[in-house]
Design a protein around this ligand. Structure first.
Ligand code: AVJ
Length: 326
């Protein structure tokens, strides 16, 4: 069931049609992971973050529990910009620490969903009466449209290992966009999942309860509802594996037999039995690969924070020289 408010407007429907037509015409069919997240998909992802196998969220939360206080008290930012207005409780950890540090003026969450942003902003305005809350609607992959009057210094946070969804060229573009918006004294705070035993990573994307499988299939549900497509959800199976060479999880939906799906506005899409749609990649990093990516965007690592098992990293980076303006 869909509320009217959940219906995307005409422009985003056209963008979706274009993404779907493009992605499904490749030899390796693919769909952008952003279409997982309708209301049901967001709830399923929320359930994923609580699964015993899915260590990412817990690891990042533990690091933020320990480090948001110390980091904020050293950086003393006047503004926090958050890419993808993530999970509310992580945001609160950062905001509490920023307010406590004494210079907090403004919080700018950036997300594609205007509805989600306004909902979250309303709650935060109640809770943080002294803080300005100015959400920005936009795709985090685009250059940041931060105002020239953004209070300095600012921390730009990109948490949740969402960077993993971008392949190396796209991740590099994103980091370059962030660097381009940074001034002398601003900091980039990045949360990234680290390379580790492939069995541990694979288990996180193949949970016993099948929540990740439901989450994966949800993208077809979204296409059926939004585009009037006729994907048979029983005829696709969840598959997730770790590519040890590319250091990334690939999530696929595998067609159980020869079949054709019809998508109005796109046409017929034929699937051979065993053929798959790649629905997500989740790249894993280490110090060298992150440092190289940040470096080539003009950023240097100031702090590298991991847990005892090197499960997950919080990285603080700043511009190695210059800045947008001082
Ligand atoms: C939200 C992109 C970080 O890649 O681990 C979880 C999404 N996909 N289980 C991830 C996801 C399958 C998640 N990110």
């Amino acid at each position: 069931m869909t509320s009217i408010a959940e219906r995307p407007d005409a422009t985003s429907l056209i963008a979706m049609l274009r993404d779907v037509a493009c992605g499904l015409s490749r030899s390796q069919k693919e769909l952008p992971p952003k279409y997982f997240y309708d209301r049901r998909g967001s709830e399923l992802f929320d359930a994923i973050t609580r699964l015993p196998e899915y260590y990412l969220t817990r690891s990042e939360r533990a690091l933020l529990d320990c480090w948001s206080g110390p980091l904020m008290s050293v950086l003393r930012p006047a503004a926090l910009v958050e890419l993808g207005a993530g999970s509310a409780d992580k945001t609160r950890l950062l905001l509490d620490a920023m307010v406590y540090a004494g210079r907090a003026e403004l919080y700018v969450p950036i997300d594609v969903s205007a509805e989600f942003l306004e909902e979250a902003a309303g709650d935060l305005r109640e809770e943080y009466k002294t803080l300005g809350i100015e959400p920005l609607v936009g795709d985090i992959a685009d250059p940041l449209a931060l105002g020239d009057d953004l209070p300095a210094p600012a921390v730009i946070a990109f948490l949740g290992s969402t960077i993993g969804n971008f392949d190396p060229p796209a991740a590099h573009r994103l980091v370059r966009n962030v660097a381009g918006a940074m001034r002398h004294g601003d900091r980039f705070l990045l949360g990234a999942d680290l390379r580790k035993d492939a069995r541990v990573i694979e288990a996180a994307y193949n949970d016993r309860d099948g929540v990740t499988a439901e989450f994966n299939l949800n993208v077809l549900r979204v296409l059926n509802r939004e585009l009037g497509a006729d994907f048979d959800l029983d005829a696709f199976e969840h598959r997730a594996f770790y590519d040890r060479t590319l250091h990334r999880i690939e999530m696929h939906l595998v067609s159980t037999h020869d079949q054709t799906a019809h998508i109005p506005g796109v046409g017929d899409v034929a699937f051979a039995g065993g053929e798959s749609i790649r629905t997500e990649i989740s790249c894993k990093y280490d110090h060298a690969s992150l440092s190289e990516m940040l470096c080539s965007a003009g950023l240097g690592i100031d702090r590298w924070i991991t847990d005892a098992g090197s499960t997950y990293a919080l990285v603080v980076a700043s511009r190695t020289h210059g800045g947008k303006r001082s």
